[in-house]
Design a protein around this ligand. Structure first.
Ligand SMILES: [Zn+2]
Length: 395
């Protein structure tokens, strides 16, 4: 499976993946998923939101055990974030067949569309729509950097966007959802385990900071006459780091847009996107409020107007204890740990019993071409997932 998947959407220069929702690379990934389903004789379907499903057994029977993840990527992402979950899901089904396991409940593999939000700026669009956490109206307003709307992008990729929206009947078929994912940190490596179980996902969100000053000539404008939003932005980045450190939270400005973006021009506008996360809501709210306060204070000094818009937010997700404990019992000594990364599993957990498995990441690096996992650890992940599916669906 990896041999076919690895070249898809890989940028020759960076070695990273650019599999953005509803692009040609995404279409290749989706074709790959469909072919994997067909090669195994699984029932294949695409739901109203463009998520792909591969069924072993009758979906209408209900109480299904579903596993899977996503195939899209962040800009220049790694090979494992998302695809490891999908590949492991198919491999786990193969393992169940090899064991001669007889499922008493339907099993399915799912590929949720547009998990990373790299193109339209909102993460987990496929699962959010299905779970009713994103309205069709709001989804219709999503636009990429070229002004292409989500419905236009879906249409161009050959999908009908007319029916996007909540899919309660489909979710009602699911008795349990388990997402396997490469770990995006080093907790497993530090604890010496190959596979872990998720306890919770930190609350997290994205905020857009607009710093508006005045464009002018870099060579003729006296320093004291400038209204330079880059200065305010720079101070805000430093403040964010400090506030996060003091609160035990995380804050990152990872994306920035500058107008007019000329070497010899003082910018008129700097737009920076803040990603912030913390173990609890109160801490996160406090950190973001402090960053915003500090941006405004500095903006006053620089003659720069500051606007802050929250673009997305995901509250804390505490995975249900019953399913989590079941997984822990099935997997023996797998540690239970929280994560700062959002996942489709976090979205689904509001609608169906949901759990996550993590596979050791030896460097902790993720969202980068350097993201990696050892083959032995990936195989341990497949075995663990097969154990879980067998325990849940075949008993
Ligand atoms: Zn992921």
């Amino acid at each position: 499976m990896w041999r076919e998947l690895l070249p898809v959407g890989r940028h020759a220069g960076t070695g990273g993946y650019r599999r953005y929702a509803w692009t040609a690379a995404d279409a290749e990934c989706r074709d790959w998923f469909r072919d994997q389903a067909r090669a195994r004789g699984l029932g294949y379907e695409v739901d109203r939101n463009g998520n792909q499903w591969a069924w072993l057994g009758d979906p209408a029977a209900g109480d299904a055990v579903v596993t899977g993840s996503h195939l899209d990527s962040v800009p220049d992402g790694g090979a494992f974030d998302g695809p490891l979950g999908v590949v492991s899901s198919f491999a786990a089904l193969d393992e169940l067949r090899a064991r001669g396991a007889r499922p008493a409940r339907p099993l399915a593999v799912v590929n949720f569309g547009d998990e990373e939000g790299a193109r339209f700026g909102l993460a987990c669009v496929g699962s959010r729509l299905a779970a009713g956490q994103l309205t069709p109206e709001a989804a219709h307003r999503l636009k990429d950097a070229d002004g292409v709307t989500l419905p236009q992008a879906m249409e161009r990729a050959g999908y009908d966007p007319g029916a996007i929206g909540p899919d309660p009947e489909r979710l009602a078929r699911i008795g349990a959802f388990v997402e396997l994912h490469v770990e995006q940190g080093r907790a497993l490596d530090l604890s010496g385990h190959r596979v872990g179980i998720a306890s919770a996902i930190w609350p997290h969100g994205r905020w857009r900071f607009d710093f508006r000053g005045e464009a002018n000539h870099a060579g003729t404008t006296r320093l004291e006459d400038r209204r330079d939003p880059m200065l305010t932005y720079a101070e805000t980045v430093l403040a964010a780091r400090k506030k996060a450190r003091l609160a035990g939270a995380l804050a990152t400005f990872g994306k920035v847009a500058v107008e007019p973006n000329g070497v010899n021009a003082i910018p008129s506008l700097v737009r920076g996107w803040l990603d912030s996360r913390a173990a609890d809501q109160e801490t996160l709210d406090a950190v973001v409020a402090e960053i915003e306060r500090s941006a405004r204070r500095r903006g006053e000094r620089d003659g720069v107007a500051v606007d802050v818009v929250r673009e997305s937010f995901t509250p804390v997700v505490e995975f249900g204890h019953a399913l989590r404990d079941r997984l822990a019992a099935l997997l023996g000594d797998a540690p239970v740990l929280p994560t700062g990364a959002g996942h489709d599993a976090g979205i689904l957990s509001g609608s169906v019993p949901t759990a996550m498995l993590f596979v050791r990441n030896p460097t902790g690096v993720s969202h980068s071409p350097a993201e990696t996992a050892a083959e032995d650890d990936c195989l341990a992940g497949v075995t663990a997932l097969a154990d879980v599916l067998e325990g849940l669906a075949c008993s």
